[in-house]
Design a binder for this molecule. Structure first.
Ligand code: MLZ
Length: 264
């Protein structure tokens, strides 16, 4: 994962014909990125991403700025997923929801009641104040074609990348990743939690990847004047996750187990 990307410089490179950043009011995201108070190993209730009507127990496998990498208890490490700390899919335990085995529960369903008892006895449930109320949704789709944004690469969900709104249709927008010739593009709703205003992720302590090589390129890091993002001295923010440490942000380490890390 690289983090040496600078929107100001990139937008300058693109020149005046490039679209403006989509205004913050277009997005269902907090005005200020929420603080992440979850700890590794915390348990919580989560919708099963593959079966969203179901509520399961999940564990925090990693914390990355305001994002959590989660694994459903009883599932395997190939179905990890990411959620923001203010996601509408996460609940403190007990929430009163009926807890069911995750899709693909590793053992026979006969084992489920005993498994759930053991998980509950092991406890370590995240306190309720870790959970941040989801942000308000925009009243409607305010996006316009050509606007810039940052978006999660759904094929490599660890990556947040510079992107452009290529099309707007009713409640949906077409997110096109800059410099990748369409290979990672997708349609999503305007209130989708995988898209962010330009600059949001950096403020959150989460690195943004450079665009693919079909976009104008910034000079390589070693040739570059080390600007504001490289200078140390600021104290870690309360958002501190793995990436918000400034020295780590220069060359962040991925967890060795990272199933989401693609070959470059
Ligand atoms: N190196 C990988 C990841 C590309 C990530 C693109 N994100 C929009 C590849 O080339 O497939």
């Amino acid at each position: 994962i690289q983090s040496d990307f600078d929107w100001d410089e990139y937008l300058r490179l693109l020149g005046p014909e490039a679209g403006d950043p989509a205004p913050a009011a277009c997005f269902k995201q907090a005005a200020e990125p929420p603080s992440n108070h979850f700890q590794l190993g915390h348990r919580l209730e989560s919708r099963d991403p593959r079966n969203p009507d179901n509520t399961c127990i999940a564990s925090v496998i990693d914390r990355l700025g305001p994002r959590l990498r989660l694994r459903l208890d009883g599932s395997d490490d190939r179905n990890d997923f990411f959620r923001l700390v203010d996601s509408e899919d996460l609940f403190p335990h007990p929430s009163g929801r009926f807890i069911v085995p995750p899709l693909g529960f590793a053992k026979s369903s006969n084992y489920w009641p005993g498994f759930l008892e053991k998980v509950k006895a092991a406890g370590n449930f995240a306190p309720a104040d870790c959970f941040v109320r989801p942000p308000a949704s925009p009243a409607k789709n305010f996006f316009a074609g050509g606007q810039k944004l940052e978006a999660i690469d759904r094929k490599n969900p660890l990556f947040v990348c510079p992107a452009t709104v290529k099309e707007v249709r009713q409640d949906r927008i077409f997110v096109s990743f800059d410099g990748w010739r369409g290979a990672f593009d997708y349609w999503c709703r305007y209130d989708c939690r995988d898209i962010f205003p330009v600059g949001w992720c950096q403020r959150a302590g989460y690195p943004v990847q450079p665009p693919g090589n079909r976009a104008p390129q910034q000079p390589q890091p070693q040739q570059r004047y080390r600007g504001k993002h490289a200078s140390g001295g600021s104290s870690p923010s309360p958002n501190s996750g793995t990436f918000s440490d400034k020295s780590a942000a220069a060359s962040p380490q991925l967890p060795a187990s990272s199933a989401a890390a693609p070959a470059a």
